[in-house]
Ligand binder design. Structure first.
Ligand code: NAP
Ligand code: COA
Length: 258
């Protein structure tokens, strides 16, 4: 029997891409999974795929009351939350010189403020001690990346939230870590950042391991990081990026600017 059998896992932004890959992997281990994103259609499709124990909520992470209601309903229907994944995010490449302040604010609101809303709303419903939180950040959190000012700022903020709340909530027995994916194949994020074969080739060339990652690469890391095997790990940022961040993201920047 898997150590995740019957565990309760909440995934914000869990209806597509990397986050759905994580939700799928936990569900495959027997966890009871709740997903939340804005589109009811995406929520319904994800719940149908994730199996009989899955539930879902259409809510925007920028609305703290709606987020809190979804988390409370999850705890009521499935039980105390063992694993929280905060992965909802928005991104588009845009030069800072012409980016509107609303464009900058939208991404910071979804990524950073949204992550705070999800963590804050979840705290009272976490199983304590023993709960694990993963915030999904990105290599942009420490690699300055042109045309990604909003994402770089928001994801760096998320990593500081991870470290700060790891200190605040550690004494309650809650572990908090970030995963920073590199370029992941077949995702909306990379469709936006490297939309052409040329940009994809330039991105691949920037990765020391020489390939895009898969959603399974990220899900496997999440599974480990939330398990007892990582029971002494908190406040870290785990890069799962094929080594991209080691050399900075300059080659990726060229791809985005191409
Ligand atoms: P994605 O498929 O677009 O996933 C984003 C998810 O967040 C969707 O389920 C989306 O569903 C939801 N979402 C967006 N805005 C929301 C909001 N305001 N409130 C609630 N939910 C919202 O993108 P992805 O590329 O897989 O990215 C997933 C995560 O990985 C993100 O945190 C991203 O920054 C990170 N990441 C991705 C890559 C990559 O290679 N793709 C690399 C590094 C980091 P709705 O549209 O229904 O709201
Ligand atoms: N370049 C420059 N500005 C852009 C832009 C782009 N490609 N796309 C959106 N914006 C601006 C809009 O013009 C608007 O600014 P304005 O009011 O000054 O005109 C602002 O960003 C907000 O756009 P809006 O469409 O109203 O926001 P939203 O809250 O409906 O959607 C986004 C949020 C923009 C992040 C949208 O792309 C989204 O929903 N993304 C989720 C999926 C995703 O990004 N996946 C990848 C995750 S890594």
């Amino acid at each position: 029997m898997s150590s995740y059998d019957g565990k309760v896992v909440f995934v914000s932004g869990g209806t597509s891409g990397i986050n759905l890959g994580i939700a799928r992997r936990f569900a495959g281990e027997g966890a009871h999974v709740a997903v939340m994103s804005r589109s009811q259609d995406k929520v319904d499709a994800a719940v149908a795929e994730l199996g009989e124990h899955a539930i879902g909520f259409a809510a925007d992470v920028r609305e703290p009351d709606a987020v809190a209601a979804a988390l409370a309903a999850t705890a009521e229907r499935l039980g105390p939350i063992d694993v929280l994944i905060s992965g909802a995010a928005g991104n588009f490449p845009a030069p800072a010189a012409t980016m509107s302040s609303n464009a900058f604010r939208s991404v910071v609101d979804i990524d950073l403020n949204g992550t705070f809303n999800v963590m804050r709303g979840a705290y009272e419903h976490l199983r304590k001690p023993g709960a694990a939180i993963i915030n999904i950040t990105a290599f942009q959190s420490w690699s300055p990346t042109p045309f990604q000012a909003h994402v770089c700022a928001a994801k760096a903020g998320i990593d500081q939230l991870t470290r700060t709340l790891a200190m605040e909530w550690g004494p309650s027995g809650v572990r908090i870590n970030s995963i920073a994916p590199g370029p992941i194949a077949g995702t909306e994020g990379m469709r936006r950042l490297a939309p052409t074969p040329e940009a994809e080739a330039a991105t691949t060339a920037a990765v020391p391991l020489g390939r895009y990652g898969t959603t399974d690469d990220i899900a496997e890391a999440a599974l480990w990081l939330c398990s007892d095997k990582a029971g002494y790990v908190t406040g870290t940022v785990l890069s799962v990026d094929g080594g991209l961040a080691l050399g900075g993201s300059s080659a990726l920047s060229s791809a985005i600017m191409a």
